[in-house]
Ligand binder design. Structure first.
Ligand SMILES: [Zn+2]
Length: 266
C-alpha cells in the first residue's frame, strides 16, 4: 500500500506491505525535484512504479543497500531508463542477490539485483544541489543527503528515535553517535527520515538522541567494567529481551544493542 504527503517541494511516499498490521514497518521514499531517494521494498515495487508513472523522475539515489530501500530499482530502470546512484560501498551489494532472514523476506521481500553507479560528493537536480554525507553507523554504506540552501536533510535509516531499546548486529552505536553529531553540525532545518518521521527544527531532537545514546553507552560500559557480560547487562538495563527479537530471528534485539556499544572493547 502507498500513501503520500507533501511538504513544499518534497513528496513523501510511504510504502508498506501490511500497513494495517504494522505501521512501524513502513518505509518512506522521497521525491524531490525529479530525484527519488530510495525505492522501498520489493513487495511494493509495482505499486511504486505505477504511482510514479505520471510524475517527473530523472534519477534515483539509494541511501544504502538494505532490501527495504532498493526494492524497485530494477523495475524503475527497466520502465523509466533512469540512472541509480549509491555509496561506492553499496554498489556491489545492490548488484548481487540479497541474502535475507525470513522476517525480512516476509515484510520486505527479495530485491532484484540492479546496476547502480557510485555517488560522488554531490548530486544535482534542476533546482537543488545535494551534498552526500557519509553516515556509516547504521551500516557502512549509509549516506544522508543535505541541501544546504534550503536546509533539507534526507537521513535514510540514521537513528532518530528518542530512546533505543534494540538494534541489529550491523549497527554500530558509537558510529551512530558520531553520525548524529555530524548531522547536528550541518544545522538542517527539516529532516526527512526513511522511517517516516519529518522533523522540523531538529536541533533539540538531535541533542536529545545523542544525549540518550551517550548515557546508555556509559551505563553499559560501567556494568561491563564491573564484570557483567552482555546478557547480564541487557537484563540489568532492559529486563526481558525486546518482543521484536523472536519475531526477527533475534536480529533486532536489546542484547545486540548492548554488544554494539561494547564492540572493540574485548
Ligand atoms: Zn537500513
Amino acid at each position: 500500500m502507498i500513501t503520500a504527503a507533501e511538504y513544499d517541494d518534497v513528496l513523501q511516499i510511504n510504502l508498506c506491505r501490511y500497513p494495517e498490521m504494522m505501521p512501524a514497518l513502513t518505509v518512506s521514499a522521497y521525491l524531490v525535484d525529479g530525484l527519488l531517494i530510495d525505492t522501498g521494498p520489493a513487495h511494493t515495487a509495482k505499486e511504486l512504479v505505477q504511482f510514479l508513472e505520471d510524475r517527473e523522475l530523472d534519477k534515483v539515489v539509494n541511501t544504502h543497500h538494505h532490501e527495504d530501500h532498493i526494492g524497485a530499482n530494477k523495475l524503475l530502470q527497466e520502465q523509466r531508463g533512469i540512472e541509480i546512484f549509491a555509496h561506492s560501498l553499496a554498489v556491489e551489494k545492490i548488484g548481487l542477490p540479497a541474502v535475507l532472514y525470513p522476517y525480512q523476506e516476509e515484510v520486505w521481500g527479495y530485491p532484484v539485483p540492479s546496476i547502480v553507479k557510485p555517488l560522488g560528493t554531490r548530486i544535482g537536480t534542476k533546482k537543488y544541489m545535494f551534498e552526500i554525507v557519509h553516515t556509516p553507523g547504521h551500516d557502512r554504506d549509509c549516506i544522508c543527503l543535505l541541501e544546504r540552501k534550503s536546509g533539507l536533510l534526507f537521513s535514510g535509516d540514521l537513528f532518530l528515535g528518542s530512546k533505543p531499546s534494540a538494534c541489529r548486529p550491523m549497527e554500530d552505536c558509537r558510529r551512530i553517535i558520531k553520525d548524529l553529531k555530524l548531522v547536528q553540525s550541518l544545522r538542517p532545518r527539516l529532516i526527512f527520515s526513511a522511517l517516516g518521521s519529518v522533523i522540523a527544527d531538529p536541533k533539540e531532537r538531535l541533542e536529545k538522541v545523542v544525549g540518550n545514546l551517550k548515557n546508555l553507552g556509559r551505563r553499559i560500559h560501567d556494568l561491563h567494567a564491573q564484570g557483567l557480560n552482555p546478557t547480564e547487562i541487557r537484563q540489568r538495563i532492559f529486563g526481558e529481551e525486546s518482543p521484536m527479537a523472536p519475531r526477527t530471528q533475534f536480529q533486532f534485539s536489546s542484547e545486540n544493542l548492548v554488544k554494539s556499544f561494547l564492540n572493540g572493547d574485548h
